[in-house]
Design a protein around this ligand. Structure first.
Ligand SMILES: C[S@@+](CC[C@H](N)C(=O)[O-])C[C@H]1O[C@@H](n2cnc3c(N)ncnc32)[C@H](O)[C@@H]1O
Length: 317
């Protein structure tokens, strides 16, 4: 497979949600290219959980359903696409995303890991490239495993997106979507700085941002986010879910701290309208690289994160 499979359209779209739909939760535009480093360090820190996920999917698929082709929809920097290439040695993996810079990272990563011939990329801006109700643009081909992590919630019509993903599944193939799950935890309730309960308030602010983001998406269609029910409505059988846990206790290593520093810096930037002045001040201390109380130095930082995956199978005939 050509590693640049159908990349002629890369750059055709600059993929950003150009909508500011604020109810006090800031700008809901997402500049994915600017987030590339953060997305990659997030995925790398979560690698132990992602390896568990791939292992679990391999077990669920079982020996009777050989995996020859995997699609990763909204693949970001390609960390999971490479995990799949290693977990399914007989498969070719196609990483599909709307951000050319992230597809480039995917190819660089695959090359570095010796997977260059097995991981290809495809530039697609969803939902424009969704091909009606029957499936995704036919040039994506079909797959035994279709994976999508934290991408469907960036599409206005989530049910329509799932319906389309089912359309590219081979009979007996599996759709696996990582959505929902739990908010990450990385600090105790009382950190001896500001008002206790900062993380709960950050979660609430992010929920508000998320709702504004969803309402501002093109073609935004409200749906009750009951993922098993949505997978069932998309026509899948044997619908299940499982959760992989990332449990990195204190004291956290440097990579974990660097990821949290980027995460908190981003929250400081985009959430300051939704937080009170005292919490913004606390965030300022947490992101200060020189402060003993900053996330890069404090001894109590940990990382507890849950990746929830919903799966379903396309009937064999
Ligand atoms: C939150 S990131 C998730 C990346 C990766 N799957 C992960 O779990 O780390 C969302 C990804 O979806 C892609 N994306 C968002 N909206 C898209 C759209 N309309 N069409 C194609 N890709 C899109 C972004 O470029 C980004 O890489």
């Amino acid at each position: 497979m050509n590693a640049h499979e159908h990349d002629a359209s890369a750059g055709r779209h600059e993929h950003r949600h150009r909508h500011t739909h604020g109810h006090g939760h800031g700008d809901t535009d997402v500049d994915w290219a600017a987030l590339a480093d953060h997305l990659e360090s997030n995925a790398e820190v979560h690698l132990p959980a992602h390896l568990q996920v791939a292992d679990r999917l391999r077990t669920l698929l079982g020996p009777d359903r050989p995996v020859r082709r995997v699609l990763d929809i909204g693949s970001g920097p390609g960390v999971m696409a490479c995990v799949f290439a290693e977990a399914f040695p007989d498969a070719e993996v196609l990483a599909v995303d709307g951000t050319p810079e992230l597809l480039e990272r995917t190819l660089t990563r695959a090359d570095r890991l010796g997977l260059a011939g097995r991981v290809a990329v495809h530039h697609t801006l969803l939902p424009e490239d969704l091909n009606g109700a029957t499936g995704i643009a036919s040039d994506l081909g079909t797959a035994d495993l279709v994976w999508s992590s934290k991408a469907v919630h960036h599409l206005g019509d989530q049910q329509g997106a799932l319906d389309a993903l089912v359309g590219v599944l081979r009979p007996g193939g599996m759709l696996a979507v990582a959505e929902g799950g739990l908010p990450m935890r990385f600090l105790p309730r009382d950190i001896g700085l500001g008002r206790p309960g900062l993380q709960a308030r950050l979660d609430a602010a992010q929920e508000g941002w998320f709702q504004d983001m969803r309402e501002g998406l093109p073609g935004s269609a409200p749906v009750v986010e009951d993922w098993p029910a949505m997978l069932g409505r998309a026509g899948l059988t044997d619908v299940r879910s499982f959760t992989a846990l990332l449990d990195l206790p204190a004291p956290l290593d440097d990579a974990g701290r660097a990821f949290l520093h980027a995460q908190l810096s981003r929250l400081r930037e985009k959430m300051d309208e939704a937080l009170d002045a005292a919490d913004v001040e606390t965030l300022d201390v947490l992101v200060d690289p020189a402060s003993e109380q900053g996330i890069l130095r404090r001894p109590d930082a940990f990382l507890l994160s849950a990746v929830t995956v919903f799966t379903g199978v396309r009937a064999s005939s």
